[in-house]
Design a protein around this ligand. Structure first.
Ligand SMILES: [Zn+2]
Length: 265
């Protein structure tokens, strides 16, 4: 009897010690990161940027998992990265739903050799990765657009793994004065991006003259290519994800179209 009591006592003490000694969860100030966290984020970028660039050059970003992204980091840095990974959109004013973490897709089609003109020079876009059914729908749609108005749109951004999305989110914090709330208005949190859903994949379009609307949505909105999409994209299964709705709290993105499939009714 005594022996059992000792065992229970030892067990409870171990649990208590574990809970007490465990490092506390990192709390991020979502309005503006503390100066310590800003310094740590900068160090994180310095470590991750070459790793990401190398993966990008090899065309391996679409298959990047969160575990791989963590691989160049020490324990403390991993904890910080996880604090960002598990940010809750609803707590920082994100109105789009959580879609789930995508852990790197392998069966994607690379869209290569896309050439556009930017500032008077021909520029080739980096390869983009699309699920096979979305690739086909996109090509079919462009063939018809080209026939009807003599223009086509190019894919500036296709599939992104949640790990890459997580990296992008941290990378872009500096553009928004290290405010998580502000950054989240422009960059989706990992797991919230439609670029991470191969089934209903979103594509960001850019036209042949390099207009993508990201700096000025109105520039994209007036394009005949955009007007054509409004009338015809649904026929090919594409929907405008973030239309212009006043006070919706969601940033208007005329370039961002999601594949929903063609309604059969
Ligand atoms: Zn997009």
């Amino acid at each position: 009897m005594m022996f059992r009591k000792i065992l229970v006592f030892l067990f409870l003490t171990t649990v208590a010690l574990f809970l007490l000694l465990r490092p506390p969860a990192i709390r991020l100030n979502v309005e503006k990161l503390s100066s310590e966290h800003i310094e740590e984020v900068k160090k994180l970028i310095v470590k991750l940027e070459p790793f990401i660039n190398e993966k990008d050059a090899r065309g391996e970003l679409p298959a990047l998992t969160i575990k791989e992204l963590e691989s160049p980091l020490n324990a403390e840095e991993k904890r910080l990265l996880r604090a960002f990974q598990y940010l809750k959109g609803s707590k920082i004013g994100v109105r789009i739903p959580f879609r789930g973490f995508s852990q790197g897709e392998k069966n994607l089609i690379a869209l290569q050799g896309q050439k556009i003109r930017s500032k008077g020079e021909t520029k080739e876009l980096p390869p983009q990765f699309l699920s096979p059914h979305v690739y086909k729908a996109y090509q079919d749609m462009m063939a018809v657009m080209e026939k009807e108005i003599g223009k086509r749109l190019f894919v500036e951004s296709g599939y992104r793994s949640s790990a890459y999305q997580l990296y992008l989110f941290i990378f872009y914090l500096s553009n928004h004065d290290y405010s998580i709330r502000e950054t989240a208005k422009w960059v989706a949190l990992p797991g919230y991006s439609e670029h991470g859903d191969p089934e209903h994949l979103a594509l960001d379009f850019i036209n042949a003259d390099g207009i993508n609307g990201e700096e000025n949505a109105a520039e994209f909105e007036v394009l005949p290519e955009f007007q054509w999409l409004l009338k015809n994209a649904a026929r090919f299964g594409f929907a405008l994800s973030y239309p212009k709705i006043a006070n919706s709290g969601i940033t208007y993105e005329p370039w961002h179209w999601r594949y929903d499939g063609i309604a059969t009714s």
